[in-house]
Design a protein. Structure first.
Length: 285
C-alpha cells in the first residue's frame, strides 16, 4: 500500500494540524468540511500556523508555499475518492463517525487505508461501519499536531499486516514517532493520563493540597511540563469529562469515573482556556 494522496475529514484543531503535517511532508492533501464557510475558516487557521512556523524559523518560506499549494479544501466527500489514506478527525461521537465512514466507504477507492484520530472510542466499532475493516487503523495524533511528535497507531483484530505497515510508514513520513497500541479505549496515553488527571481532581476535593500546590508538586517533583490542573484547562474540562465517561463505560473501573467536581465545572461552563475559566482564570486576548 503506497500512500501518495492523503484525505483529512475535519478541518478543526486536530484536522487542520494533520492536514498541515501531511502537506509539509510532501503529500497532496485534501481536507473536507461540512460547508464552504467552515472549510475557509479551517484553512485560514492552517495558513496562520504555516506562517507562524516561518516566523519562528521552523519552516522555510519556500517550503511553506509548496505545502500550501498541496492543500485543497472541499465539501464534497467524492473529492476524496482517489486518496490512498483518509484520516478522520471529526467530533468524538461514535454514531457520527460511523455514518461518515459508511458514506466515505461508498466513494473512496477500494484499496485505500482508513484511519480514525479518535482518542477514546475503540477502532473496531468504527471500522465495522465499512466494508474494509482489514484496511482500518487508529492514528491518534496529539495537540498541537505540528509540534507533538507522537502518534498512537492502533491495530484491531481485523487490521491486515499490510495496512498496519503502511500506517507506520506514513506516520514516519509525516515526521512523527509511532507507537503501537491495542484496540482498547484510551489506547496507551489516555489509559494512563486520564486516571492521573481525575485523581488530581479527587485529591483537591479531599483537601490533599491546593490547585497551585498540586500543580507545582508534579512539575517540580516529577519534571512534568505542566501540572494536572493546568493540563486539564489546556485540554478542556468538557473533553476530559467526555473521554472519561467513554472509558468508564468500557472498563467499569472507579479510576475512570469522573469526580463530582469535574462534572459540576462542565455543567457550569468552566471548561478551561476555551471558555476563559477552568481551574484557573484565562483572560481573553
Amino acid at each position: 500500500m503506497k500512500i501518495r494522496k492523503v484525505g483529512v475529514l475535519g478541518c478543526g484543531l486536530m484536522g487542520a494540524g494533520i492536514a498541515e503535517v501531511a502537506a509539509r511532508a510532501g503529500f497532496e492533501t485534501v481536507v473536507r468540511e461540512v460547508s464552504e464557510e467552515v472549510v475557509e475558516k479551517g484553512l485560514e487557521k492552517l495558513r496562520g500556523s504555516l506562517d507562524k512556523a516561518v516566523e519562528r524559523g521552523k519552516l522555510d518560506a519556500a517550503e511553506r508555499d509548496k505545502a500550501w499549494a498541496r492543500l485543497h479544501g472541499v465539501v464534497d466527500l467524492g473529492a476524496l475518492a482517489e486518496c490512498d489514506l483518509v484520516v478522520e478527525a471529526i467530533v468524538e461521537n461514535l454514531d457520527e463517525k460511523r455514518r461518515t465512514f459508511a458514506a466515505l466507504d461508498a466513494v473512496v477507492k477500494e484499496g485505500a487505508l482508513f484511519a480514525s484520530n479518535t482518542s477514546s472510542l475503540t477502532i473496531t466499532q468504527i471500522a465495522m461501519a465499512t466494508r474494509r475493516p482489514d484496511r482500518f487503523v487508529g492514528m491518534h495524533f496529539f495537540n498541537p499536531v505540528p509540534v507533538m511528535k507522537l502518534v498512537e497507531v492502533v491495530r484491531t483484530l481485523l487490521t491486515s499486516q499490510e495496512a498496519y505497515d503502511a500506517a507506520i510508514e506514513v506516520v514516519r513520513a509525516f515526521g512523527k514517532e509511532p507507537v503501537t497500541a491495542r484496540d482498547n479505549s484510551g489506547f496507551l496515553v489516555n489509559r494512563l493520563l486520564v486516571p492521573y488527571l481525575l485523581d488530581a481532581v479527587r485529591a483537591y476535593e479531599e483537601g490533599v493540597g491546593s490547585i497551585e500546590d498540586i500543580d507545582k508538586a508534579m512539575q517540580l517533583g516529577c519534571g512534568y511540563p505542566m501540572g494536572p490542573f493546568a493540563l486539564l484547562d489546556f485540554v478542556g474540562l468538557d473533553t476530559t469529562y467526555y473521554i472519561a465517561n467513554i472509558m468508564f463505560d468500557e472498563y467499569r473501573e472507579k479510576r475512570f469515573a469522573p469526580p463530582p467536581l469535574l462534572k459540576q465545572m462542565v455543567l457550569a461552563g468552566r471548561l478551561g482556556r476555551k471558555s476563559g475559566r477552568g481551574f484557573y482564570e484565562h483572560p481573553r486576548k
